[in-house]
Design a protein around this ligand. Structure first.
Ligand SMILES: Cc1cc2nc3c(=O)[nH]c(=O)nc-3n(C[C@H](O)[C@H](O)[C@H](O)COP(=O)(O)OP(=O)(O)OC[C@H]3O[C@@H](n4cnc5c(N)ncnc54)[C@H](O)[C@@H]3O)c2cc1C
Length: 402
């Protein structure tokens, strides 16, 4: 049956990547598609708990999948929002070097952005130009990406899910895949609760659970998912004039996260964050949610010791900032000296990033896909995977579901 129109395809995960994939398969006239989502709604985890930024491709290593699929995906998300009349606001992004020690790293971001084809990128060395874009920012130089945008990824995923249903696909909510087995005839039997389903192909887009789902079909335990929580503070509404668009630090190249930043959201709320602290559960949105099983498994992973040795300083710094507000505030105030502690009103949200982690302790930088017979596994789809979701879907179909 494989390759024919009647092919039965199962997708595990109703985040933006799984739903974009289901939609692309159905739009391409491919078979009969069922999405399994363990929660009672789509976009319940990373997709519904992120910064809402449509990245333009500034940071990623030229030639990497992230670089290629982010640039294509940005256009696709823009077109999709226009078609569905969903908000898409190009508020623009400034990546700011606050002192001379950050100039080399800023130059590297500029080189990467040019190589990746980020549209209309501009280097800014002049204070008046900097203040024309963000009047309250402090910095010695910056790069400006005017087409970096903000959206509502939950609303986008809901709209894609509506397309999936109207194209004849099925989305089964509250349906956790707990077992998978490849049959002698090449099909895959999938178990959810008391029901069983048979497919010609399975694609897993399980985000924070992607290594758990990979284990169900006997794939390599590496890379493992290491959950990193990112917490956001809200900027007091009366201080909304401090930020026009997005103000980002120059990221530390040794670390896969972008650093605490300011983002004007699509609904004009301004959030400050996220930081990056190890989460004590895969879906642990605060310090009180602890999964002894997840934490014990992370600690027992062979990569735990090398990772801790390499990044302990950064870890202590991030955890302290999470627990002690003045430390978080100091990180933010580097960019906006007028900021006051009382302007950070409340920790309003948090997301947990699914970061893949090798046996040797290295954090996987690029998107990664594995294949076990008829089962395709997305093993690493961190930021900018929401931006790139439609391009990731096209890539997986082209390379793994010919
Ligand atoms: C704090 C934070 C900020 C971010 N900011 C941005 C940003 O500004 N821009 C950007 O492009 N990206 C950003 N990202 C990254 C982006 O959100 C993710 O890369 C993207 O959402 C990944 O989508 P996904 O569908 O792979 O995963 P998810 O959205 O996590 O979806 C996976 C789904 O699989 C389901 N699932 C898992 N196991 C099973 C099972 N056994 N059976 C059934 N269902 C299962 C889960 O319930 C979940 O709904 C951010 C992420 C975080 C956490």
């Amino acid at each position: 049956m494989v390759g024919e129109l009647s092919e039965r395809i199962g997708i595990i995960g109703g985040g933006i990547v799984g739903i974009a994939l289901a939609r692309a398969l159905l739009e391409g006239g491919r078979g009969d598609v069922t999405v399994f989502e363990k929660e009672e709604r789509v976009a319940a985890h990373q997709t519904g708990h992120n910064s809402g930024v449509v990245h333009a491709g500034l940071y990623y290593k030229p030639g990497s999948l992230k670089a290629e699929l982010c640039v294509v995906g940005r256009k696709q998300i823009e077109e999709f929002c226009a078609e569905k009349k969903l908000p898409y606001r190009e508020v623009g992004k400034l990546v700011v070097a606050v002192d001379d020690s950050e100039l080399d790293a800023l130059a590297d971001i500029e080189r990467r952005s040019i190589a990746n084809g980020v549209p209309d990128l501009r280097r800014i060395d002049d204070q008046s130009e900097l203040h024309a874009i963000e009047p309250h920012v402090h910095g010695v130089a910056a790069v400006h990406s005017p087409h970096t945008a903000v959206v509502d990824y939950s609303a986008i995923t809901e709209a894609m899910a509506a397309d999936v249903r109207s194209l004849g696909g099925t989305i089964l909510l509250g349906s956790e895949v707990t077992a998978m087995r490849q049959e002698r005839n090449g099909t895959v039997r999938v178990k959810t609760g008391a029901s069983e389903h048979v497919f010609d192909r399975i694609i897993s887009c399980a985000g924070l659970q992607s290594d758990v789902v990979a284990a169900l079909i006997g794939a390599s335990p590496s890379p493992k998912i290491l959950p990193f929580r990112g917490e956001y503070w809200s900027l007091a509404a009366k201080r909304n004039d401090l930020v026009r668009g997005m103000i980002y630090p120059v990221p530390d190249p040794r670390f896969p996260f972008l650093g605490v930043h300011f983002t004007r959201g699509v609904y004009d709320d301004i959030h400050v964050g996220p930081n990056a602290v190890p989460a004590l559960a895969r879906e642990g949105y605060n310090w009180l949610t602890v999964s002894p099983r997840d934490t014990w498994k992370s600690l027992r992973w062979p990569g735990a010791v090398p990772l801790a040795k390499q990044h302990w300083r950064m870890g202590v710094d991030e955890i302290s900032g999470s627990l002690i507000k003045p430390l978080y505030f100091n990180k933010a105030r580097r960019f906006i000296p007028e900021l006051r502690m009382s302007d950070l009103t409340a920790k309003t949200a948090a997301g947990v990033r699914a970061q893949a982690w090798g046996r040797d302790g290295s954090l996987l930088d690029d998107f990664a896909v594995d294949q076990v017979g008829p089962v395709t596994l997305l093993r690493n789809a961190p930021s900018p995977a929401a931006t790139s979701s439609m391009a990731i879907a096209d890539y997986v179909i082209e390379h793994y579901l010919p």
